[in-house]
Design a protein. Structure first.
Length: 108
């Protein structure tokens, strides 16, 4: 495809070990230092009806290079009162073996 560069594709990140009180705005602020944040999804137990936050989230960065910078800049760093894990999230394939996953992306 003309003009397409894998380095310019968006980047999806998995953020683990978050405090349960973390907000989308806090994540946008932390990740915004590394580039344009396209979306933030703080995971909750919506599927069981409790709406309780879980200790992980997904962040989409506008460029792959921005996602890589965020991984290098935030993985193992303190966010709130916890050392967070930041890794590239990989798309889940649409095969039957992985149909049990509720998220569009998985931790690498």
């Amino acid at each position: 495809m003309a003009g397409y560069s894998p380095r310019s594709a968006t980047s999806y990140l998995y953020i683990g070990n978050l405090t349960l009180a973390v907000t989308e705005d806090e994540l946008r602020l932390a990740f915004g230092v590394f580039g344009q944040v396209v979306s933030v999804s703080v995971m909750s137990d919506a599927y069981i009806g409790s709406q309780q936050p879980r200790a992980y989230a997904y962040v989409e960065m506008a460029l792959k290079s921005q996602g890589e910078a965020a991984v290098h800049g935030l993985d193992g760093k303190m966010l709130g009162n916890r050392s967070v894990s930041v890794v590239e999230a990989l798309p889940i394939s649409h095969n039957k073996d992985e149909a049990c996953h509720h998220s569009k992306y998985r931790r690498r």
